[in-house]
Design a protein around this ligand. Structure first.
Ligand code: FRU
Length: 511
């Protein structure tokens, strides 16, 4: 029998009981040094269903979470408070506040009210720091008589001193941009439509600014990023998040190019939302770590389903696979992790004519061999001169497993196709009961660092938290986030199989 807490991550946010999907209403209360995360919440079951609430958790370190009563709920049981965002109305443009509410806590939520025959955009305000909300008496604030119109994300645009909303006309493949002076009266400013990988419908659009790490002369300090979630229709199956980099002038978003870029190359990263604000104006955000393809079916022995990704910090970076094809891409790292704090547990190097693996089994966390929470760092160099016949005989696999069994999920490198792959299919319960987990799929990644001798180099930071694996390649230039369900124990080891003789190198934290 499965220990009921076996899958529950420790630092990733999970609901105490019940069902969780999209992150909502993310903001930082600087007067209390507290982060607030709301989420799509069904407290009555471990599957998605109505009535749907905004669940609520707070944290001061983004690793440990306090749970609170649902913050906003529907009027009737066949309705849902769907996804949306929160802004801090410092200057009381809405008129909801008076001097008794300090500016940092003038909190207004903008969300979709899902009724049986319509989706409208509604607002509610809080005068107690975001714990309870009062709905606006003249809701809705936008009603276009549509059943597929949702997920308002509102930002403050400094130059025009206006509120700006992105909202999805889901099945028309349209992100609509509305503007407002007071959060109550909105006017349509523009449409951003049929861009990128359209899938079946658009959900959870959003705009945020990110700093360019390595600007070219003439570049602004920051550029705008438009995010967009599509479901179903991901090339990997199910749901996926994509993004565009470009300019925004207060009414219109102009992408730099038409390229489709995915935020994360794994299967469990959806409905990303950026925080309204963060300390030092940093750009941080979080996604739901599941996939609509199977989210309602994964094991739920502990009475809950789904978690969030780690809270991540976002920057833009020019990267190139060769000097002619530079791209400005979104880079990510866990907001709370300082890789230099990694306490080294084991260090070694594996090397042959085809590859070198420099592996540091570190840990930023205590008791990683029993808690299921561990992280690691490695550099992996593929010898550019290795010929194809020789490549065939080389294996490289990272196996994430418990020290009680050989059941593992594998991260490997396929030399012939120059792709990483993840194999979540194990001999476990999950493989036996869920067809879709048997797939073996590749994360399509470009070699982002090529050394002078033609070697391809990958740096990898990995974070394992019971049933979620987050991979950050090349300082976060691409990531892959995937959940998994080992039946026979919490993950405690990362074994490396890397050699031409298929010799296994077992390394884990000291017992
Ligand atoms: C995305 C989504 C949103 C909607 C919410 C409902 O995962 O479908 O479009 O607001 O979930 O829970």
């Amino acid at each position: 029998l499965v220990d009921s807490s076996i899958y529950r991550p420790l630092v990733h946010l999970t609901p105490p009981v019940g069902w969780m999907n999209d992150p909502n209403g993310l903001f930082y209360d600087s007067s209390e040094s507290t982060y607030h995360v709301y989420y799509q919440y069904n407290p009555n079951d471990t599957i998605w269903g109505l009535p749907l609430y905004w669940g609520h958790a707070t944290s001061d370190d983004l690793l440990t979470w306090d749970h609170h009563a649902p913050a906003i709920g529907p009027e009737n049981d066949d309705e849902g408070i769907y996804s949306g965002s929160i802004v801090i109305d410092y200057d009381n443009t809405s008129g909801f506040f008076d001097d008794s509410t300090r500016p940092e806590q003038r909190i207004v939520a903008i969300y979709t009210n899902n009724l049986p025959d319509v989706e409208t955009q509604d607002i509610a305000y809080s005068t107690d720091g975001g714990y309870t909300f009062e709905k606006y008496e003249n809701n809705p604030v936008i009603d276009v008589n549509s059943t597929q119109f949702r997920d308002p994300k509102v930002i403050w645009y400094e130059e025009t001193e206006q509120w700006v909303m992105t909202v999805a006309k889901s099945q028309e493949y349209k992100i609509q941009i509305y503007t407002s002076d007071n959060l109550k009266d909105w006017s349509l400013a523009s449409n951003f439509s049929t861009k990128g990988y359209v899938g079946y419908q658009y959900e959870c659009p959003g705009l945020f600014e990110a700093t360019i790490e390595n600007p070219k002369s003439g570049d602004p300090e920051k550029k705008w990023v438009m995010v967009l979630a599509i479901n179903p229709g991901s090339p990997l199956g199910g749901s996926i998040n994509e993004y565009f980099v470009g300019d925004f002038n207060g009414t219109e978003f102009i992408p730099d190019d038409d390229a489709t870029r995915f935020m994360d190359t794994g299967k469990d990263f959806y409905a990303f939302q950026a925080f309204f604000n963060a300390p030092e104006n940093r750009s941080i955000g979080v996604a739901w770590s599941s996939n609509w393809q199977y989210s309602n079916q994964v094991p739920d022995p502990d009475g809950y389903r789904s978690s969030m990704s780690s809270i991540r910090e976002y920057t833009l970076r020019y990267v190139s696979t060769n000097p002619e094809s530079e791209q400005l891409i979104l880079c990510q790292k866990p907001f709370f992790v300082n890789e230099t704090d990694l306490k080294v547990v084991e260090e070694y190097k594996v090397s042959n004519s085809s590859l070198t693996v420099d592996h540091t089994f570190g840990s930023s966390f205590a008791n990683s061999n029993t808690t299921g929470l561990l992280d690691f760092n490695m550099t992996f160099t593929v010898n550019g001169t290795t010929d194809v016949t020789q490549k065939d005989s080389v294996t490289f696999e990272l196996r994430i497993k418990s020290n009680q069994s050989d059941e593992a999920i594998a991260l490997g490198y396929d030399y012939n196709n120059e792709q990483f792959y993840i194999n979540r299919a194990t001999e476990s319960y999950f493989q036996r009961t869920n067809q879709f987990f048997q797939e073996r799929w590749s994360t399509y990644v470009q070699p982002l660092t090529i050394t002078e001798s033609g070697d391809k180099q990958y740096q990898l930071y990995g974070l394992v938290d019971n049933n979620i694996l987050e991979l950050y390649f090349n300082d976060g230039a691409f990531t892959s986030t995937n959940t998994f369900f080992l039946e026979k124990g919490k993950p405690s080891n990362v074994d490396i199989v890397a050699s031409s003789s298929k010799e296994a190198y077992h390394r884990g934290p000291a017992d």
